[in-house]
Design a binder for this molecule. Structure first.
Ligand code: HEC
Ligand code: HEC
Length: 287
């Protein structure tokens, strides 16, 4: 009886240890998926931030921990490398991960390392499948529904707040939005399709996470908003060239009018006292 009991305890213990190891590994993975994956991949190319494959070979662990906790303070300290990646990634600020402990960050780095070497062989297929699903959902996106969702004419199915309570977008017929967060008129060309999608679905920014964590935005709604932002981007680019064209046209018209006025003034002066007229007057006077 006692022996059986001991056996059971032993079995239980080893099971617990196994679970513990598995858990230690997946903790890094879970943290990565929850807090980093919206902006980073490991070996599948860049999203909003750089591909983190083999990042441990680029920088020391101490540097990485400091950067992950507060990237901006590393950049502001004059670190050339940090500054250059900040500029290379369109000066998108990586949110501080102050809530992560050093141990948790080490777990994440461990996970990144474990995913790094195997990358080249296995990543190509998964990259394909993600890009496929993305393009499929985007082609389903309806820009005008996206606009209505963005400004709140249409409610999100889970009742999340409207995007324009924090973000502005410059587009004709769209009410201007809040200035709490970045203007999104050209977010599409700044972040790319994957990037915009990643932000809306992954919620890497704390303010957005707070707004949508408990009322997630549906797949279709994301596709619609991405389609809308694609359109505002296109329109903004078209507008800036169009406005250059129209100022040139208006400038041209004004120039012509000014010239005509100047010409007519000179003309009138000349006509009112022609050479012939003064000769004629002189002759009359002399006779
Ligand atoms: C909102 C998007 C975003 C999130 C979320 C994010 N990052 Fe970043 N990350 C960036 C950007 C953008 C850069 C490029 C540098 C910059 O712009 O500051 C970067 C750079 C880095 C770098 C330096 C990469 C290199 O090539 O040297 C590391 C390491 C990193 N991030 C790790 C993480 C980890 C770990 C997490 C999760 C705990 C995370 N990031 C979450 C956007 C993000
Ligand atoms: C509670 C306020 C809030 C709401 C609501 C909100 N956002 Fe954000 N969003 C932010 C903040 C803060 C950032 C971080 C960058 C910044 O400071 O602008 C951000 C960043 C972004 C970015 C990345 C911008 C860039 O170029 O770095 C995108 C894209 C974005 N939001 C899209 C949306 C969309 C789409 C919605 C509606 C579904 C939305 N947001 C709703 C606050 C909000």
């Amino acid at each position: 009886m006692r022996k059986k009991f001991l056996k059971l305890i032993k079995a239980g213990l080893s099971l617990a240890m196994l679970v513990n190891i598995a858990f230690a590994q997946s903790a890094g993975e879970t943290t990565f998926k929850n807090t980093c994956a919206a902006c980073h991949t490991v070996g599948m190319g860049k999203l909003i931030g750089p591909d983190l494959a083999n990042v441990d070979k680029r920088q020391s662990e101490a540097w990485l921990i400091k950067f992950i906790k507060s990237s901006q303070s590393v950049i502001k300290s004059g670190d050339k490398y940090a500054d250059s990646i900040f500029k290379a990634f369109n000066q998108v600020t990586m949110p501080d991960q102050a809530s992560l402990t050093d141990a948790q960050i080490k777990e994440v780095l461990e996970y990144i390392k474990s995913k790094s070497p195997a990358v080249t062989a296995s990543s190509s297929t998964s990259t394909e499948s993600t890009s496929e699903t993305t393009s499929a959902t985007t082609s389903n996106g309806d820009a005008s529904r996206g606009r209505d969702l963005f400004v709140g004419k249409l409610r999100f199915s889970n009742n999340g707040p409207t995007c324009n309570s924090c973000h502005n977008v410059d587009m004709e017929g769209v009410i201007s939005g809040g200035a709490l967060a970045k203007d999104l008129t050209q977010a599409y060309s700044r972040l790319g399709e994957e990037g915009v999608k990643g932000v809306i679905s992954g919620l890497p920014f704390p303010q957005m996470k707070q707004s949508y964590e408990k009322s997630p935005i549906m797949e279709q709604e994301i596709a619609d908003i991405v389609a809308f932002l694609k359109e505002t981007d296109k329109q903004a680019s078209a507008k800036s060239t169009a406005s250059v064209g129209s100022t040139m046209l208006i400038g041209g018209i004004i120039g012509v009018i000014v010239l005509l006025v100047l010409f007519s003034i000179f003309w009138i002066k000349r006509k009112s006292r022609t050479v012939n007229y003064s000769i004629y007057e002189r002759q009359i006077k002399s006779t």
